[in-house]
Design a protein around this ligand. Structure first.
Ligand code: HEM
Length: 302
């Protein structure tokens, strides 16, 4: 396999730079969540990639299957329609870029703009899908579970324990929405700034189990805590059961501790693992275009 940096790019550097600039320009949005659409763009890049299965070589960002009900309507993807709608004017303006490339690039641009590391991104994903290649539902992680489930899901993609902990650090960004996932609240108190706070909060705060919403309306129990300066009326910080499981596991916990202490190490490892995530299942031919099953271009545009 030739490294993507050595292949022909379907776009010029100027074209990619123009899209990056336009994504940067829409990130700040005072009417949305905590004032930035960055976090939901990061989640879009992750969920479009995280369906990958290394054994069957199916799923992943190539094909942008989330445009279709089968993948887009997966309850795990609830809320990501907002991210796709935010990016639509950019797709209209730069119609040469594929959705699959745009969604992954937007995530990388958002992370950097929120103070995170530079992540390598390579073009060439196509929007060709046939029905059989839209990944089945149920491939994304279920936040109500614990470390065994995390291992099953992320080992399937080809990640190891350290990479699972590093990837989870993306929960420095954004928040849970009761109507999307049944969980509620942000993980850190500055959720539009990329940092290693998530790991610090996991270790330092006293977390208590709580149902914030009504179980009958789909609310799950979660962990909540407040920082010393926070009042009872302030929205608490939160952790998912899966987040907390990282501290309850002998193999995961040392990485949580390392990343809490060393932000540079976290940034370096996160950049590597996020770069790997958005490349899952993207195998390009000499032209630089991603293939499906070794038959580039043979699949009809859906
Ligand atoms: C949000 C689960 C891993 C990035 C969420 C939400 C849940 C969740 C339930 C809240 C969705 C909502 O209500 O809007 C999980 C589980 C994971 C996981 C169980 C397993 C480890 C990841 C990874 C990334 C990521 C690997 C990226 C590398 C995000 C971001 C948000 C988010 C940025 C905030 C989205 C927003 O503010 O709208 N995640 N996630 N997550 N997740 Fe994860």
């Amino acid at each position: 396999v030739i490294h993507p940096s050595k292949l022909k790019s379907p776009y010029t550097q100027e074209q990619v730079a123009a899209v990056k600039k336009d994504v940067e320009a829409i990130l700040k949005n005072k009417d949305y969540d905590d004032g930035s659409i960055g976090p939901v763009l990061v989640r879009l890049a992750w969920h479009s990639s995280g369906t990958y299965c290394a054994e069957t070589k199916t799923g992943g960002s190539n094909g942008a299957g989330m445009r279709y009900e089968k993948e887009g309507g997966d309850p795990a993807n609830a809320g990501l329609q907002h991210a796709r709608v935010f990016l639509e004017p950019i797709k209209e303006k730069h119609s040469w870029i594929t959705y699959a490339d745009l969604w992954t690039l937007a995530g990388v641009v958002a992370i950097k703009a929120m103070g995170g590391p530079e992540i390598e991104w390579y073009p060439g994903r196509t929007d060709f899908v046939d029905d059989a290649r839209v990944p089945p539902r149920g491939r994304l992680p279920d936040a109500a579970q614990a470390q065994d489930h995390l291992r099953a899901i992320f080992y399937r993609m080809g990640f190891n324990d350290q990479e699972i902990v590093a990837l989870s650090g993306a929960h420095n960004l954004g928040r849970c929405h009761a109507d999307r996932s049944g969980f509620e609240g942000p993980w850190v108190n500055n959720p539009t700034r990329f940092s290693n706070q998530y790991y610090k909060m996991l270790i330092k705060l006293k977390w208590e189990k709580k149902h914030l919403g009504r179980e009958a309306q789909g609310a799950h129990w979660q962990w909540i805590a407040r920082l010393p300066h926070m009042d009872e009326e302030d929205e608490p910080l939160m952790m998912l059961p899966t987040d907390m499981s990282l501290t309850l596991d002998d193999k995961f916990k040392p990485w949580v501790e390392k990343y809490a202490e060393d932000q540079d190490l976290f940034f370096k490892d996160f950049a590597a693992v996020f770069g790997k995530l958005i490349e899952l299942g993207v195998t390009r031919d000499e032209s630089g275009l991603a293939q499906h099953d070794g038959k580039a271009g043979e699949y009809k545009s859906a």
